[in-house]
Ligand binder design. Structure first.
Ligand SMILES: Cc1cc2nc3c(=O)[nH]c(=O)nc-3n(C[C@H](O)[C@H](O)[C@H](O)COP(=O)(O)OP(=O)(O)OC[C@H]3O[C@@H](n4cnc5c(N)ncnc54)[C@H](O)[C@@H]3O)c2cc1C
Length: 440
């Protein structure tokens, strides 16, 4: 006699998504397109402020696939065709135009006010049939046979739900406790610090460059200048926690002093007003060693994030969401958990993309490599490949791979004193204690 197979456990949902940011809502939308039963848990009431306002064109295809792209195009957001990089005195200047990249089809994207953008994405997931609970916090996720039990706390009190899979897209806070949560990869970067606000009256370039992200490089840090509406611009200073400590002033004061010390920033910022209190984000670089188990995947910042300089965060979280949903929906169809091969594919893909950005980020922060980045070498399409990486093409296809390697090799030569590119003069910077401030 053949023993009857144990009945498959019955769960409330196929997938519980923790966090309704771009990673969580994109995962929910893609899962609903596959008819999966999805619950999204979000602790805040949207719209809510969030930093991370500059998108990358490489993400457009995923937003198209989730069906939300036409709604984004209709939002009236600022179109972003590229980026401008300056030294603090404005003498060194480089424009990146996405359409000039090696990879076709990455011509433009948008700068967004995240409060509206995130709400649009979450509403889209809801419209596709995802159950969305705002003002509800996931307080625990415990593995049970064949799935997860998730504890929720919200206006409706305490509640427990079960699901075959959890996608943890809870961002940097990453509150859900699991055994693996705290094990991090060794950080490739020092502890950095960002202080930022929204401003009115920031001067903008004209024409297509009006929607560019502007990055102004100081001696020991940089500013972002991101036009998020026709009137409002997001401006932030990034430096090391150590530089802020040495400056011995409040972060807002260091921000103002750094603007005053840079002729490029004065040109952009003179006469502007902050329209909200300054925000501070400290020590934001990390990557978790494990990005999941057989029933849980960490998506986006819940898995890791390196640095805002190349605006990779939203792209990384939505591309992680896409891959996570593809793997989970296949496992659901085959009534099983994720295999170790699937888990390592997820981890390698996410960390592989992060690794490309990591190398470009490291080059940006190194003065010699930054000089190479700022110079215009037209040979062999190297610059075109860098433009495509800046547009978000972090996948190392062969034509991209060897050109990126050559770029890194040239940076290496420059660091060793072979002057391939002219050095960049960073001008006086309050972040460099060895150089004097200009007279007021
Ligand atoms: C200073 C700075 C500047 C940046 N600039 C850029 C940029 O210009 N462009 C860019 O692409 N990226 C940028 N980023 C990165 C970007 O902000 C993130 O990578 C992106 O928001 C990640 O999206 P996510 O969906 O993974 O997480 P999030 O957007 O953080 O969403 C997570 C959601 O989960 C919710 N949540 C958390 N815990 C729980 C819980 N226990 N229960 C229920 N809900 C929960 C939160 O409320 C939140 O809404 C920047 C980051 C920093 C630090």
């Amino acid at each position: 006699m053949v023993a009857a197979a144990a009945p498959a456990p019955v769960f409330d949902y196929d997938i519980v998504v923790i966090g309704g940011g771009p990673g969580g809502s994109t995962a929910a939308a893609l899962a609903r397109q596959r008819q999966l039963r999805v619950l999204v848990i979000e602790k805040e009431k949207f719209p809510r402020f969030h930093i991370g306002e500059s998108l990358l064109p490489m993400g457009n295809a995923i937003l198209r696939e989730s069906g939300v792209w036409p709604k984004i195009e209709a939002m009236g957001a600022v179109r972003k065709y590229g980026a401008l990089f300056f030294s603090a005195n404005g003498v060194a200047e480089k424009e990146i135009v996405f359409a000039d990249g090696l990879v076709p089809g990455l011509d433009y994207t948008y700068q967004v006010e995240r409060a509206h953008f995130d709400q649009l994405l979450l509403t889209h997931a809801r419209e596709l049939g995802a159950e969305v609970r705002e003002e509800t916090r996931a307080t625990a996720a415990d593995a049970i046979p064949g799935g997860f039990r998730i504890q929720l706390s919200g206006a409706e009190g305490e509640r427990t739900v079960t699901a075959a899979f959890v996608l943890d897209a809870s961002g940097r806070e990453n509150l859900v406790k699991t055994a693996q949560q705290r094990t991090l990869d060794p950080s490739p970067f020092p502890k950095r610090f960002a202080v930022y606000s929204h401003f009115r009256g920031v001067r903008r370039p004209t024409g297509r460059a009006a929607g560019h992200t502007i990055a102004v490089r100081l001696d020991n840090g940089w500013f972002w200048v991101i036009p998020i509406t026709p009137e409002i611009t997001s401006v932030g200073l990034v430096t090391t926690a150590e530089a802020i400590r040495r400056a011995g002033a409040r972060p807002e004061e260091v921000f103002a002093q750094a603007v005053a010390a840079s002729s490029k920033l004065r040109e952009l910022m003179d006469g502007t007003t902050a329209i909200m209190p300054y925000h501070i984000t400290n020590d934001y670089s990390y990557f978790r060693r494990e990005l999941g188990t057989d029933r849980l995947l960490r998506v986006g910042d819940a898995g890791g994030f390196f640095d805002p300089i190349f605006s990779s965060g939203v792209y990384m979280t939505i591309s992680g969401a896409k891959l996570a949903v593809e793997l989970v929906s296949r496992a659901l169809a085959e009534k099983r958990g994720l295999t170790s091969a699937e888990l390592s594919r997820y981890t390698h893909t996410v960390k592989g993309h992060a690794g490309t950005f990591q190398k470009l980020i490291a080059a940006f922060y190194d003065n010699d490599s930054f000089a190479v980045f700022m110079s215009s070498g037209k040979r062999w399409g190297i610059e075109k490949a860098i433009v495509s990486v800046v547009g978000g093409h972090a996948r190392q296809t062969w034509p991209m791979w060897w050109r990126f390697k050559v770029f890194l090799a040239v940076c290496w030569l420059q660091r060793r004193g072979v002057h391939v590119a002219p050095p960049v003069d960073y001008q006086t910077s309050v972040l460099n204690p060895h150089r004097a401030l200009p007279a007021a």
